[in-house]
Design a binder for this molecule. Structure first.
Ligand code: PCD
Length: 788
């Protein structure tokens, strides 16, 4: 099945490879990012950061800094404490320091802020501030954090240990029984290291408090502007910032990837500084600050087990995980799901019994647990199950494709209720894997592998058949800080038949200005070129929860279709009036209402729009507009099958990805070109942590990968050539049959790569390798296992 193209290229509805409307301004260098904005009288902020992972602050001496020309103020935790603004809530309901009053909890934590008339003066003044620290014993290892004699980090919360929460789901006893009765059991420790999104643009803001109006405008790199506005009103209402006086503007954003969901201390300090000084204050992180202090992702220590019959039917899954959250749980998960949607870990398989538990701990590291293009811990879940299926295949001596076919949820089982409680909306897993196998020539590759193995060469083939879960709400299960997770579209048609549509989401590069316009073009027949899309200004956009977790298409995209349908219903009434027939006598085709049986009697949507303001039916309200708040009935479950082929150089341990075929299914596709772009980017962001990215700390809590010298990112040179294809299994509940897609590839890719490398080394007894698979790691294995 393919997405049907119902509109001509002049209208450019769904299914057209429309070029991105936003690209004109990006390609001309006319994007408007936070750092492009300069306001009259603007001051600049820079931040003093802690060299220690855990220390008491004995004193802060700002005298030398304050004496410097151009330095306006130095702000410390003690200053903020006077207004009770030294702590702030995290999105997970934990608390985080804005600035410390007594202790620092991780290296690079904010200690004080300098406000100056110039960015460089601010930076020099940071150097001039003298802070006296008394180092304390740091807790770096999460297992150490749980030992009874480990230093307790969050004494401010009255805690007596470093355990944050325990979360479990599934049937423990039934799973236990299934394990006892199993013919075969496999068990594997899997570590998914801490990583960082490293988007091109770092974080920053301009806080602009206007004392005359009592109004605060914040230009800010945020993926969720409305949530920020409400949260700010809730925490700073007592100092006069009430919600109607706060305007958050998220301008163009140079990549978000989950890292721009949280509110970082820098934003709050800049806001406090602007309110105190009555002037605009700009704060822009530098690259190292971004890498060292902003929220990280992953850091999951997983123990996974599978039980199966001897002919390869998986009967149960059990997972125990230790989650390192740094010194505060600053994850951005929906409130009811402290481990995000990790419970999608039964994956694409019909597993009757499952039990999962996650324990979270505090350590002296930057706070987090946010996404890195992974829709709430789904990458961790997919990595665990896709690795385990291969571990089992190896144990059974069975082809991993065959094992997958034997265990897939079958197409006729949808809607499918998983053992851990999700209702998968639709899928056809065998079709996607079969297609990927055909494209890559699976059988032929296995033959080649056998021949080469006989010659002692290392070639591996790895599969990942993942299931994603995206599009939160439904609001009965999903909220952030109590705010329900729906999303919105407000659509206005102008008299000349052109439109403006505003949304509660916020593109960071995904192309919403194009795809939302295409949805409205599809529903109303107004050319997508004539639909202006706006997001990110809380004074004008309808309320929404923002863009992350691939939720925009499932929620706001659906809202666009529903708002357009409301407009079309009103348009039908106007058309009946203009054509002097009853509504039932009208037929709709994109852009035109025709009289049934008299097709030359018709009115276009443009004529109707004009009439809505110039000649509307008596008794009807003038105008043509609609608002829709869409609360999805379920999540959407995109999926895919990826196959990776690797060749390993025995001398150097270098892994070369020879081919990578990705078959994705995101239901109906709005813009195939944009979806392919999303997959290409997503695959590269799956390749990176699989092969090179990792935040590493020494035993003192010093970050060893604090710059791009050591935190490796792939360039075009290292990145493999991606081969993409798709199947189309529409979502039965989304108005357009679409599912989200933004994160699928990052979620699915790492397991395919690791499975390929392990497959190459399996004749030598290798069953697992933790990512990142660096040449050194492979080289060591080759030597340990006596391969060379
Ligand atoms: N689409 C189409 N069709 C379908 C689906 C989809 O067409 N079916 C398209 C849309 O429209 C858009 C895109 O595609 O445009 C995407 O989508 P989605 O899936 O819905 O998603 P969104 O919500 O919009 O977004 C989000 C995502 C995420 S989540 C991430 S990470 C990443 C991705 O997105 N990020 C980014 N991608 C991207 N891209 C770019 N360029 N940039 C960025 O930043 Mo998170 O949670 O935050 O981790």
């Amino acid at each position: 099945m393919e997405t049907e193209v119902r509109t001509p290229p002049t209208i450019c509805g769904m299914g057209h490879r429309m070029k991105r409307k936003e690209d004109a301004r990006f390609l001309f260098g006319k994007g408007r990012y936070v750092d492009d904005i300069k306001l009259p009288g603007m001051l600049y902020m820079d931040i003093v950061r802690s060299p220690f992972a855990h220390a008491r602050i004995k004193s802060i001496n700002a005298e030398r800094a304050l004496a410097m020309d151009g330095v306006v103020a130095v702000i410390t935790g003690k200053d903020l404490e006077k207004y009770n603004l030294h702590w702030m809530p995290t999105l997970m309901g934990d608390t985080q320091m804005v600035l410390p009053t007594d202790r620092v909890m991780y290296q690079a934590q904010e200690v004080a802020a300098v406000i100056a008339t110039d960015r460089y003066i601010a930076a020099d003044a940071v150097e001039a501030i003298e802070v006296e620290y008394e180092p304390l014993e740091p807790v770096v290892d999460p297992f150490r954090a749980l030992e009874p004699d480990a230093p307790v980090l969050r004494t401010d919360k009255g805690k007596t240990d470093n355990h944050i929460w325990h979360w479990e789901v599934g049937d423990r006893e039934a799973t236990e029984r299934a394990f006892q009765e199993a013919d075969v059991v496999v068990k594997q420790q899997i570590y998914i290291p801490r990583i960082h999104v490293a988007s091109i643009e770092t974080c920053g803001c301009i806080a602009d408090y206007n004392p005359a109006e009592g109004k605060l405008t914040v230009y800010m790199t945020t993926q969720a502007p409305h949530v920020v506005r409400t949260a700010l009103a809730l925490v700073a209402g007592h100092v006069g910032l009430s919600e109607e006086k706060i305007r958050v503007i998220s301008p163009d954003i140079g990549g978000g990837f989950g890292g721009k969901v949280p509110t970082y201390p820098g934003y709050v300090i800049a806001i406090a500084a602007s309110v105190l000084l009555g002037k605009p204050v700009k704060w822009i992180e530098d690259r190292s600050e971004n890498l060292q202090a902003d929220s990280f992702a992953r850091d999951y220590h997983i123990t996974a087990e599978l039980a199966a019959t001897k002919d390869g039917k998986i009967t149960a899954l059990r997972i125990k995980t230790l989650a390192d959250h740094g010194y505060t749980d600053a994850a951005a998960n929906p409130s009811k799901f402290p481990a995000g949607l990790f419970s999608i870990c039964t994956g694409s398989y019909d597993i009757k019994h499952a039990f999962v538990e996650v324990d979270a701990v505090y350590t002296n590291k930057p706070p987090g647990g946010v996404a890195y293009r992974c829709s709430f811990r789904v990458t961790e879940a997919v990595h665990a199950i896709e690795r385990m299926v291969d571990v089992l295949a190896q144990k059974l001596g069975m082809d991993p494709a065959e094992l997958r076919f034997r265990n897939f949820v079958q197409p006729d089982q949808f809607p499918y209720k998983s053992a851990l409680g999700w209702e998968y909306d639709s899928g056809n897993y065998p079709a996607a894997l079969r297609k990927a196998m055909d494209l890559i020539g699976y059988e032929e590759l296995r033959r080649e592998q056998a021949e080469r193995r006989a010659r002692g060469e290392l070639i591996g083939i790895g599969i990942s058949s993942f299931t994603e879960i995206v599009g939160a709400g439904p609001s009965r299960h999903f909220d952030i800080l109590g705010i329900k997770m729906f999303d919105s579209c407000e659509l206005r048609i102008h008299p000349t038949g052109k439109a403006i549509a505003r949304f509660g989401t916020k593109s960071q590069g995904q192309g919403h200005e194009t795809t939302y316009a295409q949805i409205i073009a599809e529903e109303l027949g107004i050319p997508a070129a004539h639909v202006q899309v706006e997001e990110g200004d809380t004074d004008t956009a309808p309320y929404g929860l923002g863009t992350y977790a691939s939720r925009s298409t499932p929620t706001a995209g659906a809202a666009a279709a529903m708002a357009a349908r409301k407009v079309r219903e009103k348009a039908r009434k106007i058309a009946a009036y203009l054509l002097e027939v009853s509504e039932e006598d009208l037929e709709w085709e994109p852009g035109v209402f025709r009289v049934k049986g008299a097709p030359d009697k018709s009115v276009t949507i443009q004529e109707i729009a004009f009439a809505a303001y110039t000649n509307h039916p008596p008794g009807m309200e003038a105008g043509l507009e609609a608002v829709h708040y869409y609360d999805p009935p379920n999540l959407t479950f995109p999926f895919g099958s990826y196959i990776c082929v690797v060749d390993i150089d025995k001398g150097t341990g270098q892994v070369k990805i020879r081919r990578f075929v990705a078959v994705d299914d995101c239901g109906h596709v709005i813009n195939p070109m944009i979806v392919e772009g999303q997959i290409h980017g997503g695959l590269t962001m799956g390749f990176a942590p699989a092969m090179m990215e990792e935040l590493v700390y020494d035993e003192e809590g010093n970050i060893l990968t604090g710059s791009f010298m050591d935190y490796l990112l792939p360039t075009a040179v290292e990145t493999p050539r991606w081969e993409t294809a798709r199947t189309v299994t529409p979502s039965p509940h989304h108005p357009l049959g679409a599912k989200g897609v933004g994160e699928s590839a990052t979620v699915g890719a790492p397991a395919a790569i690791v499975n390929a490398v392990v497959d190459a080394l399996s004749p030598y007894g290798v069953t697992h390798i933790d990512i990142p698979i660096t040449p050194y790691k492979v080289w060591k294995i080759l030597h340990e296992k006596g391969v060379v």
